[in-house]
Design a protein around this ligand. Structure first.
Ligand code: NAD
Length: 357
């Protein structure tokens, strides 16, 4: 069957390697920046200070106040700091939370961004920005938030704790899994998706066994980049919607929630996406949903939403919230089956094979 498709690449310059943070002064100069503001979370302030030292006079200062869910008041404080320091660009060193802050600043100021990702979340490759105001989340997509340069440095990922490495990596896999059955999927993104999944699935167990394994770390970081490209290029479906609902409504942690839900969301969609399942089987084995559940166990992750704090009696409400605004999914959204899916995900049981599409 010939399938029609549209493919559009997002512009970005990517520098990948081990020790590539050393290229930052060059990249900053290339963009013509002379006063970059370095962004980080409080936990990674030291990384930010080292980065500022590396830039010397081209660093305007450090703002180490990035936090989860990109609250608007934090962004407004960072924008004020950037203005006070007359910053002409931002450098984000950290995971999705820090990247989110850089994107939110760029949305308001058009300051150029260099992002140095230290987790596998993939936000740096997407035009998507989720922000919170008084706890309510608003997500938008705009090319204005795409970073100009992304520097992937394997060395900076060595400190990512094993538990977070596992869940962050499975969060990345989730982007690629849904890309394979996206309504607007295309052959280029599907190739990236498969390679990204294969790399992460083989690297994560090695990383958990030895967080300092640079070969596995490089494989995982490259896989995360590819999975991030998938997230930035095609639409997501049920899995991302469920995780978004659970994160926003019940405050469940981002990467861990993706890890617990993914096997069940994939099993739900499996009967409707035989081609995607066949392709996934080539990199995950004959039962991809079960393989993802096993991978979560292998990396020591919580495999249930209950373990993450979702009470039993929240399952019905979560199903209602996830179905409140209809969206595209390869398999129609069936309330009973989705409630069952959430119940299984809540209880940490393995994904159940689904019979009907
Ligand atoms: P995170 O950025 O919140 O990081 C978690 C913690 O780990 C932080 O304290 C951070 O400082 C620390 N950390 C990060 N890298 C480290 C390292 N190498 N060594 C030691 N500590 C390190 O977590 P995340 O999972 O990367 O990002 C989650 C956020 O990103 C969520 O808010 C999510 O919504 C967002 N996100 C957005 C997109 C998008 O396209 N807009 C995509 C994926 C994730």
């Amino acid at each position: 069957m010939t399938t029609a498709f549209t493919f559009q690449a997002n512009p970005a310059r990517v520098v990948f390697g081990d020790g590539t943070l050393a290229t930052l002064p060059e990249e900053v100069a290339r963009l013509g920046l002379s006063r970059a503001l370095i962004l980080a979370t409080p936990a990674q302030e030291e990384d930010a200070q080292r980065t500022a030292a590396l830039l010397g006079l081209r660093a305007a200062g450090v703002f180490a106040g990035a936090t989860m869910h990109t609250p608007v008041d934090v962004t407004e404080r960072a924008v004020a700091v950037a203005a006070d320091l007359r910053a002409d660009g931002v450098v984000a060193v950290g995971g999705g939370s820090t990247t989110g802050l850089a994107k939110a600043i760029a949305l308001r100021t058009d300051l150029p961004q260099i992002v140095v990702p230290t987790t596998y979340a993939g936000s740096e490759m997407t035009p998507i920005l989720g922000e919170t105001r008084d706890g309510a989340e608003v997500t938008q997509s705009s090319p204005r938030v795409l970073p100009e340069v992304v520097i992937y440095d394997v060395a900076l990922t060595l400190t990512l704790p094993p538990a977070l490495s596992g869940t962050s990596g499975i969060n990345a896999i989730a982007h690629a899994v849904e890309a394979l059955y996206a309504r607007d999927r295309n052959p280029v993104i599907s190739l990236l998706a498969l390679d990204g999944i294969a790399r992460l699935a083989r690297a994560l167990p090695s990383i958990v066994d030895d967080p300092g394994d640079r070969t596995a770390r490089a494989d995982a970081l490259q896989g995360a980049w590819l999975c991030g490209l998938c997230l930035g290029a095609v639409g997501m479906a049920l899995h991302h919607k469920l995780c978004h609902t659970l994160g926003g409504g019940w405050g469940l942690p981002h990467a861990e929630t993706h890890t617990a839900v993914l096997p069940h969301a994939l099993a739900y969609n499996a009967p409707a996406v035989p081609e995607a399942m066949e392709r996934l089987a080539t990199v995950l084995g004959s039962d991809p949903a079960r393989a993802l559940y096993d991978l979560a166990g292998r990396v020591g992750a919580a495999r249930g939403l209950g373990e993450l704090g979702l009470p039993d009696d929240a399952v019905e409400a979560a199903a209602t919230a996830a179905l409140a605004n209809p969206y595209w999914n390869p398999r129609p959204l069936e309330r009973d089956a989705i409630t069952r899916l959430l119940r299984d995900a809540q209880a940490s049981t393995p994904p159940r094979p689904q019979e009907s599409a």
